[in-house]
Design a binder for this molecule. Sequence first.
Ligand code: PLP
Length: 377
Amino acid sequence: MIYLDNSATTQPHPEVVSSYIKVNEQFYGNPSSIHRFGEKASSLFVKAKKQCSDLSGIADCNVIFTSGGTESNNLAIKGSVHALAAKGKHLITTVIEHPSVLEVFKELEKKGFDVTYLPVNEAGVISLDGLKQALRKDTIFVSIMYVNNEIGSVQPIKEAGEIIKAQSGARFHSDAVQGFGKLPTDFDCLDLITLSAHKFHGLKGSGLLAFKKGLSITPEMIGGGQQEGFRSGTLNTAGVVALAKAMRLASESREDAFNRLSVYNQLLRRFFEGQNEVTVISSHNAAPHILSIAVPGLTGEVIVHALDQREVYITTSSACSSKLNKKSHVLSACGLNDQDIRGAVRISLGAMQSEKDIKEFIRTWQEVIPPLLKGVK
Ligand SMILES: Cc1ncc(COP(=O)(O)O)c(C=O)c1O
């Protein structure tokens, strides 16, 4: 099998899995219980939380553990906007966000908030001038994703943060789900950052929202008051220990992963640029682990299923939209024509990828895809 769908999810690292199992087997006490067995679980939780805070990219931050990127994005946006609503009603985001951000903003519009959706250029990047013009006196919240999940475009978070801080008092959030473990996430300018474990060889159902200490956030999940009241529910000690382990491993291997994946990206890019029937969609400045291409004569689904027969796994533009059969809002925003959008597929690499996988993928593509095109002509 060749697995090149790492932006949908990654293979959990064996050390992460064994941490999870060990904590569940040996330290399953409830960290809120006052007996020694509970206290042991609590001390593991506190230690893991400190590691996650230190590695999140936001200095001197607090962390809320969640069920993943979707919940963290919902909490960051709704929790901030509701806490800040008395100060203004204007919000800013981009047209290419993940649905777990875009749908939240759409819901807030229905509740009377005014949202500016920043457009992107053909490389999938916002304009900083556009951001400057969009900021208003009543802007309370800005959310700009770091790395786009469909085309890998990287937004200028540092520069955007400088503009936001210079021009307004708005809170600045980034969905860095696709960036962590591949690109640096240490941004002083960010107030909140969303991470999801299963995108960097951690476990599904586990993520976090890190934020500058002292920010007011209205909780979404209320109940027993765990996690300082920000998110009630029995603490998931094993999940948090496993998340800390995944973050540590991903941080330690980040530079090496970036360098290796850049080489593999170049191999793939050079191959596709030499194929007449292929359009390379991702720009040269995109993150190295995501390469989006299109074969205008075919549909993305046909390509995915043909490779699937050979146990080679890629996806149409994004895993979330591929089963819904929806036209990609990201590719549309980049100005691609309908034929390219229909024929688009995403190849996404993980930190554990080898050069052998890439060479094998190219060989399989050459055997499988050109005959399909002959059938179409
Ligand atoms: C950019 C981005 N944000 C958020 C999410 C949602 O993360 P999760 O699957 O952990 O809910 C994803 C998942 O694909 C993503 O790619």
